[in-house]
Design a protein around this ligand. Structure first.
Ligand code: ZN
Length: 54
């Protein structure tokens, strides 16, 4: 099977704990890795945008 869409990797890009985040976390979406492995696919970069009027 060939995947045509590859806007971002669906696998989390796990990063080790650091001074900011104490747990293994995804560099892309920022989710914390679960110990039980029941992790959903990576949803891609989280865009934090402020809207005017809020
Ligand atoms: Zn992720």
């Amino acid at each position: 099977m060939a995947e045509a869409k590859k806007e971002f990797p669906k696998r989390h890009q796990w990063a080790p704990p650091n001074g900011v985040v104490r747990w293994t976390h995804c560099l892309v979406c920022g989710v914390i890795q679960r110990r039980d492995g029941h992790q959903s696919a990576c949803k891609g970069p989280v865009k934090v945008a402020l809207r005017d009027g809020q």
